[in-house]
Design a protein around this ligand. Structure first.
Ligand SMILES: CC(C)(COP(=O)(O)OP(=O)(O)OC[C@H]1O[C@@H](n2cnc3c(N)ncnc32)[C@H](O)[C@@H]1OP(=O)(O)O)[C@@H](O)C(=O)NCCC(=O)NCCS
Length: 114
């Protein structure tokens, strides 16, 4: 991912992982390294672009993701672009000495507004 403007600065990564061509699914991962770029719409913009590619170019049916229960910024971003929470694994991940939930979210091609 690169930012806007003349600098075209590299700000993070977005990827489709674990693609299952038979079932038509993939897992989304995203990371913007520089906190100055959080909460400015870059994440949702990049995800919409990748979902468009996943559904319209790759022909996938569903994209899912995993996110920590305390990562409210990420969850808000995912909801904005159409992901819905479909499951929650309780006390699944150890972070800063505490066990946290892991939230499962997904979105289907039919729900994606091009
Ligand atoms: C998660 C991430 C990709 C989202 O990208 P982004 O560019 O920050 O997201 P956007 O700006 O598109 O959307 C964020 C939304 O969360 C809101 N938000 C910001 N901080 C929040 C908080 N603490 N709690 C709830 N919502 C919050 C923003 O206001 C925005 O919503 P809005 O457009 O309705 O105002 C990015 O923040 C990031 O890379 N974070 C660090 C790594 C990470 O958490 N990766 C995801 C792992 S699953």
């Amino acid at each position: 991912m690169v930012g806007e403007g003349k600098s075209k600065e590299y700000i993070g990564n977005i990827s489709l992982m674990n693609i299952d061509w038979f079932s038509g699914t993939a897992e989304l991962g995203i990371f913007i390294g520089n906190k100055d770029y959080w909460g400015k719409g870059y994440g949702s913009d990049a995800i919409r672009t990748v979902l468009r590619f996943a559904f319209l170019q790759l022909g996938l049916r569903k994209v899912f993701l995993r996110v920590m229960g305390s990562n409210f910024r990420a969850q808000r971003c995912y909801r904005k672009v159409g992901f819905k929470e479909v499951g929650r694994m309780k006390a699944h991940l150890l972070k800063n000495g505490e066990y946290e939930d892991m939230v499962l979210m997904e979105t289907f091609k039919e729900e994606f507004a091009t």
